[in-house]
Each structure stands twice: as structure tokens, then as C-alpha cells.
Design a protein around this ligand. Structure first.
Ligand code: ADP
Ligand code: MG
Length: 650
């Protein structure tokens, strides 16, 4: 006699729930040959389904041996079992166990996906199978759009998809009216006639009578076996290894696009929840993009404005270091001689003295309060601030105490509005000054002061005719080589110190290091903004995890179905990971677009914004990683479910 396809030797099954152990099958010996048509009959609770799960390698026995084509399956790991299932068994369940979010064709295709069949091929085969079962008109219908009989035929088509040799039907007619039930039985008989091994489980003697061989089971024991009516099929039975390795290399579900398609379908099936999940990621990513664009924009603006003031500058001010400059005489310590000695230091291009006061200026009937600066010809070079019209003060003007003035754009606008100020006279206090130039517009300082609201006059003119004191407000020292700025600063300090008989009643500020400080402060600010935004992304990620966990528990049965049709641990893992990543990536993409849009809007309304690809990529990358990280736990949970437990979930 030939090797039976399936041989059970002394099989027992005991379920353990903590302390409680329920023995469901005891000492079952059973041979099933290729081409058999067997009915397993018994009352409800007698252990039929348990036996079917064991026969179909969905579960492992507690005791005894299961030989498939003569080889013990005890040595196979869960993936090898999955592969054996996928190639050999087709399951048909009482409650059909179709995936509700997928249509008839997609349901039928599932086993072929895990077997690695190419898309077009399996699509064509699924449609062909469904059409041959009379469902040609219902290919695109979801399970809830089909009658019970139609759903059962879909599940039969699915069982046939991978050309299974053994069809295991657990109460296939249990949920059907008698007509549909008969149709299904006729179908199983036809399949048997075409060479399939069919095992039908039922509690109904009428159903069982269609089979060639009747096995009765009670309380987990076989109490009757009618024996085989026909001799077994003559063809030799391929063993596990040849079974399991067929298509192994392509059965890894490496086709990520397939996983993405399945993920999109699952996400669409629960659109509202998907949108809510997306929202968390969208808000997180959008805020990262906006915050970093605003932060970088603010830094860029401050840096630009400070750079405008000149980075090659040392500013010498009166007053001891680390004290605030006060208006009283105690800080009137800088003089033009200090500027002169500073100008002699190496690496110093020019040392420009400045005095400042406020005064009322008047032209015709118009007057204005403005700032008056007395300075020398080098001012223009030192501050990189050119004259727009006319000329600046020259050395000759200074020597002669000339009453000439160069005015800023704001003063020009205030006093002369649309007229050309050049050649006009204006009063500063009571002294008439000839306007010889108009400065280029400079804009506001980072702290918002209008730099164009200013009048320049020769230093000597200012000290003698306007202020009456020869003390300077500051000296701007222009340096040549920025690398040497610290050494130059120290040399200038020493020179002025010598001039002040060793009393350090002045301070020097280095614009280059100021710029560095401000830039790093702004960086901190940007990082802070970015972190706040990142926290919302984290919250979004937790949302994703939460939804995926709900997803897994809701779709436990679907996971069981997929496992019964040949999905391995990694297929399930991949599917749920891909779902999490797809949600996060879609959310990330929408977030980036929204964030850029919002930042663009802010820019339109005047906020300084800097768009750089860095933060955008960062935010999107974070969203993607969020999906991976927070999706892993739920996916891992799903992938390690027991197929039988998963199938029986409600
Ligand atoms: P049948 O399909 O013949 O109605 P089952 O094989 O489903 O019977 O169940 C047989 C017995 O095993 C029942 O008493 C049932 O309560 C028990 N049983 C089934 N599955 C489990 C399980 N996972 N844990 C504990 N007991 C179980
Ligand atoms: Mg049952």
C-alpha cells in the first residue's frame, strides 16, 4: 500500500489556559490518502475543528506524530509550515472568513500573493476561478455585497487558488440554506472527481453521506471509521521538501508595491480613522517645517543686518568694560587723539571718530528732531555705507569747521519730500548747513531703529559749533584681516590704555564675535522651536501606534485568514509595518506641503522665512521613521499571533 498523504499517529491536543487544561483530542490514529473524500462527523464540541486545524497544519498536536507524505512535520518551523499550508491545503470555513475590505477577486488572490505569483497571472486566475464557480458577475463585489452561498463559493475559489491538493472544509454548508448547501457539496464532489483530496467536517449525517468515507468522532476520539471505499490514487505523493521549496524564492512577498497596495486598501476601508491618524503626523510635520523656516529666517535676517553694519569693525566706546554707557560726564573719556593712535595700529585700515547728539533740523517751514553725527571722511569706507547723491564730508571740511551736512534718506524725505536736497541749506539748531550729499538708504537696525534718520557733519564742526565738547561717542576701527581681529583688538586696547595713563575707562566691542554670539543665540532659538515641533511629531507617532494597535486587534481574524492561506510571520509583519509607514509618509507629505504653504503665507505677510531643504527632509524623514518605530510593536504583535487563535477571534 502506498504512503498515505497524511498520517496521524496517536495525536492528542490539550489546550491550556493558565491552570485550566482541556484535552480535546485523544489518541487519534488516521490515514488519509491522496484523492480521498472523507467526512469527519461528530456533535458540536466533539473536536472536529481542532482536528481540522491539525490536519491543515494550522496548529501543532500536543502529543503524537503528524506525517505528511511520510515525513514528520514536527521539525518544521512556523514559516515552513506556512509554506506547506500555502502549497497543499485550501481551507473552507463555515463563516467563509473573507477579508471584508477586499473584493471577491482580491480575496481569491490572497494565497497567490504569499506564494509569490505575479500580479497579472494571479489576477487572471482568480477571475477565471470565480467565473467557473458562477461568480463572473460578482468579481468586484465586497463580501457584504454577496449572499452566503456566493461568499462560500468565493472562499472555495480562494482554497483552489494555489492548486491545493487537499481541501479542508469545516462545516461548509452550516451557514447556508439547503439549496446553496447542495450547490457547495456538488462543487466539492466535482473537485474530488477532478483529483482533489477533500475532507469535509460536519455534524450533519446527510452532508456526510456524500463522502466516500465516514469518520465519526466523539469526545475527541474516533469511534467509527467506515474505511476507504476506493483504492488510493496511483500517482506517487511528493514529499514536504519538494512541496515546500516550490516557489520558495519568490514566496517572500518581496514585492513592496503589493504591500503598499494592500495597505492603501486597508487604510481606505477605515477612512475617517485614517484621516485622524494622518492629522497628528500632518500637524507635527507642518509645525516642524514652519518652525524651522521661521527660526532660520529670523537668524538669517539678524545675521544679515549685523553683517550690513560691518563685521570688520571694532567699536570703541567710552566707559569701563561691562558697564553701561551713561549720559553723564563720567564716561566722557574718548577723544580724537584716541582715534589717531588706534589708526596707527597694524591691521587697522581706519579709525573713525564719531560724536552724536540730537537736534532739531529745519528747512523752510518743516522741522524734525533727528540724530546728528559728527565724523570724518573715512566713515563711508568703515561702515560700508556709501553716499547716494552728492559727496561725503572730506578732510578739508573737517579742518575748516565747514558747515556742511550729508543727510540720511529719512531726513531728506521729512524735510524735502519730493525736492532734491542737494545744494539746499538747513538749520541745525540755529546754524545754517549746506547739504552736500544724501546717504544711501540703510533700513532699520535689528532692534528696529531707523538708521536713515541721521545727519552727518564734520567732526570738528560738531564738537565746536553744535555740541561744545570734544568727547567722542565712539570710535569705529576698520580692520583689514578678520583672522587677526582678536589680536588687533588687544593692540588697540593697549594703545588707548597707554593714552589714558593706564585707566581702562573705555570698552571695545568686536562685531565679528558679536555676530557669532547672535547667530548662536538664534540657533538655540531655532533648535528650541524645532524641538517643540518635534514633540508634536512624537505625539503624532504615538497616535499612529495607537491606531495600528486598534487595527491589529480589529483585524485579528483577517490576520488568521492570511496565515491560513500561507502568510508567514514576515509577511504579516511587513504588511502592518507598511501600513504604518504609508500613513506616516502620506501624513508627512501633506504636512510638508501644508508647512511650506503656511510658511509662504507668513512670508507674504512680512515674516522673515528661510526655506531650506534640510528641515523639510528632516521632518519628512522623521515622519517616515515614526511610522517604522511606532508601527513595529503592533506589527510584531500581529505577526506572532497563533493562526488558530487569530481565526477564532470575533
Ligand atoms: P467542534 O468543531 O467539533 O464543535 P472544537 O474542535 O471547536 O469542536 O472544540 C472542541 C472542544 O475544545 C470544545 O469543548 C471547545 O470548547 C474546546 N476548545 C476549542 N478551542 C479551544 C481553545 N483554544 N482553548 C480551550 N478550549 C478550546
Ligand atoms: Mg467546529
Amino acid at each position: 500500500m502506498s504512503t498515505p498523504l497524511i498520517r496521524l499517529e496517536g495525536i492528542g491536543k490539550t489546550y491550556r489556559n493558565g491552570e485550566l487544561a482541556t484535552t480535546v483530542l485523544r489518541d487519534v490514529d488516521l490515514d488519509i490518502h491522496d484523492g480521498d473524500f472523507v467526512a469527519i462527523m461528530g456533535a458540536s464540541g466533539s473536536g472536529k475543528s481542532t482536528l481540522m486545524h491539525l490536519l491543515g497544519c494550522l496548529d501543532r498536536p500536543s502529543t503524537g506524530r503528524y506525517l505528511f507524505a511520510g515525513e514528520d512535520i514536527a521539525g518544521l518551523d512556523s514559516d515552513q509550515l506556512a509554506s506547506l499550508r500555502s502549497r497543499t491545503f485550501g481551507f473552507i470555513f463555515q463563516s467563509y472568513h473573507l477579508i471584508s475590505s477586499a473584493n471577491a477577486t482580491e480575496n481569491v488572490e490572497v494565497p497567490a500573493i504569499y506564494a509569490g505569483q505575479p500580479r497579472e497571472q494571479r489576477h487572471a486566475r482568480a477571475e477565471e476561478l470565480l467565473t467557473s464557480l458562477g461568480l463572473g458577475e460578482r468579481l468586484g463585489n465586497r463580501p457584504n455585497q454577496l449572499s452566503g452561498g456566493q461568499q462560500q463559493r468565493v472562499s472555495i475559489a480562494r482554497a483552489l487558488m494555489n492548486d491545493a491538493r487537499v481541501l479542508l472544509a469545516d462545516e461548509p454548508t452550516g451557514a447556508l440554506d439547503s439549496k446553496s448547501g447542495e450547490d457547495v457539496l456538488q462543487l466539492l464532489k466535482d473537485l474530488h472527481a477532478r483529483g482533489k483530496t477533500v475532507i469535509v467536517i460536519t455534524h450533519d449525517r446527510e452532508v456526510a453521506s456524500h463522502a466516500d468515507r465516514l469518520i465519526e468522532i466523539r469526545d475527541g476520539r474516533i469511534i467509527h471509521d467506515s474505511g476507504r471505499r476506493q483504492p488510493g490514487a496511483a500517482d506517487p505523493t511528493p514529499g514536504i521538501s519538494s512541496q515546500a521549496t516550490r516557489g520558495e524564492s519568490t514566496a517572500t512577498f518581496g514585492d513592496t508595491s503589493e504591500a503598499v497596495r494592500m495597505a492603501l486598501r486597508a487604510l481606505r476601508a477605515n477612512l475617517f480613522r485614517t484621516v485622524l491618524t494622518l492629522l497628528g503626523i500632518v500637524i507635527g510635520v507642518a509645525s516642524v517645517v514652519v518652525m524651522l523656516a521661521v527660526g532660520n529666517g529670523a537668524r538669517q535676517e539678524v545675521v544679515e543686518r549685523i553683517s550690513d553694519m560691518g563685521t570688520h569693525l571694532l567699536i570703541v566706546r567710552p566707559g569701563a568694560p561691562n558697564t553701561r554707557r551713561s549720559a553723564d560726564g563720567s564716561t566722557n573719556t574718548l577723544t580724537a587723539e584716541d582715534a589717531a593712535v588706534a589708526a596707527t595700529i597694524d591691521n587697522v585700515v581706519a579709525a573713525v571718530p564719531e560724536v552724536q547728539t540730537r537736534a532739531t533740523v529745519r528747512a523752510g517751514n518743516t522741522d524734525a528732531q533727528t540724530s546728528i553725527t559728527g565724523t570724518t571722511a573715512e566713515f563711508v569706507a568703515a561702515k560700508s555705507w556709501p553716499v547716494a547723491n552728492g559727496v561725503f564730508i572730506n578732510d578739508e571740511d573737517n579742518r575748516r569747521y565747514a558747515a556742511v551736512a550729508v543727510i540720511g534718506r529719512t531726513v531728506a524725505n521729512n524735510l524735502y519730500s519730493d525736492r532734491d536736497p542737494l545744494g539746499e541749506y538747513m538749520l541745525i539748531g540755529n546754524v545754517p548747513f549746506l547739504i552736500i550729499g544724501v546717504m544711501q538708504e540703510k533700513g532699520a537696525t535689528p532692534w528696529g531703529q531707523d538708521q536713515d534718520d541721521v545727519v552727518f557733519v564734520p567732526l570738528n564742526t560738531a564738537t565746536n559749533r553744535l555740541i561744545g565738547s570734544r568727547h567722542l561717542s565712539n570710535i569705529s576701527v576698520l580692520i583689514e584681516d578678520l583672522q587677526l581681529s582678536d589680536a588687533t583688538q588687544e593692540a588697540v586696547r593697549q594703545a588707548i590704555l597707554a593714552n589714558h595713563a593706564g585707566v581702562e575707562d573705555f570698552q571695545i566691542r568686536n562685531m565679528a564675535s558679536l555676530l557669532e554670539n547672535v547667530a548662536s543665540t538664534q540657533n538655540t532659538f531655532t533648535v528650541l522651536l524645532g524641538s517643540i515641533a518635534a514633540i508634536s511629531l512624537l505625539v503624532g507617532g504615538i497616535g499612529v501606534m495607537n491606531i495600528m494597535l486598534v487595527n491589529v486587534s480589529e483585524r485579528t481574524r483577517e490576520i488568521g485568514i492570511r496565515m491560513a492561506t500561507g502568510a508567514r510571520t514576515r509577511n504579516i509583519l511587513q504588511q502592518f509595518m507598511v501600513e504604518a509607514v504609508v500613513v506616516s509618509a502620506i501624513g508627512g507629505a501633506i504636512g510638508v506641503v501644508l508647512g511650506l504653504g503656511f510658511a509662504g503665507m507668513l512670508q507674504y505677510f512680512g515674516t522673515a522665512i528661510q526655506f531650506t531643504p534640510g528641515p523639510v527632509l528632516l521632518a519628512f524623514g522623521c515622519a517616515f521613521a515614526t511610522g517604522l518605530i511606532f508601527g513595529f510593536m503592533p506589527a510584531h504583535k500581529a505577526a506572532h499571533l497563533d493562526p488558530v487563535v487569530a481565526l477564532s477571534a470575533d
